[in-house]
Design a protein around this ligand. Sequence first.
Ligand SMILES: Cc1cc2nc3c(=O)[nH]c(=O)nc-3n(C[C@H](O)[C@H](O)[C@H](O)COP(=O)(O)OP(=O)(O)OC[C@H]3O[C@@H](n4cnc5c(N)ncnc54)[C@H](O)[C@@H]3O)c2cc1C
Length: 494
Amino acid sequence: MAAESELSYDIAVVGAGAAGLYAALTAAGAGASVALVSATPLAQTASYWAQGGIAAALAVDDSPERHLTDTQSAGRGAVRRSAAAVLCEEAPARVADLERLGVNFDADRRGVLALGLEGGHSLRRVVHAGGSATGRRVLRQLSALAVDEPRIEVLEGARAASVRMRDERCEGATLEDGRSLRARATILATGGAAALWSRTTNPPGSLGVGMALAHAAGAELADLEFLQFHPTAVTGVPGREGFLVTEAIRGEGATLHGPPPPGKQVGERFVDELAPRDEVARAIAALLADSGSTSVGLDMRAIEPARFPNVVRALRDAGLDPARELIPVSPAAHYMMGGIVTDLHGRATVPGLYAIGETACTGLHGANRLASNSLSECFVFGARAALAGLDEAEPAVAAACAPSEPPAVPLARPDRATQEALWHHAGIVRTRQGLQSLLDDPHPLARLVAACALQREESRGAHQRSDFSDTNPELNGRHAVVGADDRPRLAEWH
Ligand SMILES: Cc1cc2nc3c(=O)[nH]c(=O)nc-3n(C[C@H](O)[C@H](O)[C@H](O)COP(=O)(O)OP(=O)(O)OC[C@H]3O[C@@H](n4cnc5c(N)ncnc54)[C@H](O)[C@@H]3O)c2cc1C
């Protein structure tokens, strides 16, 4: 007999950002009963904050092959080709499905989708909604559908505390309030980990909780050293610290300028603004270090404000006038390329456990995510995992022996010292000494980030070491994989 507080479903989805919502809707659409667990309100997901849009090869002169080439080139020799190929092939169909579900993307009068340009893309490829309100528009629509879908039970304000295990198979999740979910497949869609760093563009809940839960259950993690820094986050403006100014604005012609020389109002340009993110972030960090300045200026005075209404509004609310002045920006921790190791259907290395969205690591982003590939990933792999999960066997009916729970992991916020330590020692430029000091950090994920970063004795994409400043071609296609022993090994993925 199942325990009284045990709830049974076909699929349990933990996390209600873009990945979790879409997976839940896909599973329900295929006839499954679904629990959708969400710790935070909608507006506190990274998905809701997404501005630029969703990358998909939709232009007449584009193709999945071209999208793949750009993804591989941004990923600096570490992209898992098979995963990136799936993304690029299937993203257009997922955009069409979102339209079917009622998402209105920006389009011209004939209904042809408007495509934005972002760094690292060789042509316009980014679908958006409400100018730069893409995440908000998509999430509102998907949440409304999930709430109305009778096969989905939304457990709001509920937090997963552990993954339920029996005989080395995952069979659900336990919530902090003591309720227990039993499911054929448990899909972690808990978002990224960039809020572990003190300066971040992410909502405060992006703390890698899903990674910690999966690791405690014995699942492998990988690529934790690859944390992307977004080049243009507002700095020095109280109340708007870390606010992201989308790359799509640079795609429309906004430029970056160093500190102005005496007597001038605007400094020199110093970088190709549409180079991949790692390159632009590094150029800004180097310029700040050389000049002693704390910000560079983003000149968006020539940009039509109506094109990016929510960004312009937020800047004006903070007392900045983007039509008249340069916006002070500098890099901030933005996107975790690493996460829970999965195959091409979202399966983690523990049977019955799946991971999708930013908490997952298919290897598709390599060492540096191509802009706007992450929302595409949420939808492409969210759908794949939901459908694969339906093929899982029913978990054995609870008998005399209770499922063995992995030990509780600390889900509390990291303290400020950990966040500062990650920013300083696992920031844009790293040293062996700094990374070694992180090995003693009280937060388990900080220690794992350091272990992966120490293992990678080279510079590649978002991972730059001053003591190993070159890329080692022998490490192309190699990923730092961490299992239960917390010791990363370099594995080759195709
Ligand atoms: C400011 C900003 C702008 C961005 N712009 C873009 C863009 O234009 N294009 C693009 O492709 N990407 C963009 N990104 C990245 C992209 O938004 C994220 O990678 C993506 O939205 C992650 O989606 P997700 O569903 O994996 O996680 P999230 O959207 O972060 O959702 C995570 C969910 O998990 C829940 N959760 C966490 N822990 C628990 C727990 N223990 N129990 C229960 N629930 C839990 C949270 O409450 C939340 O519902 C942007 C990111 C930011 C921060």
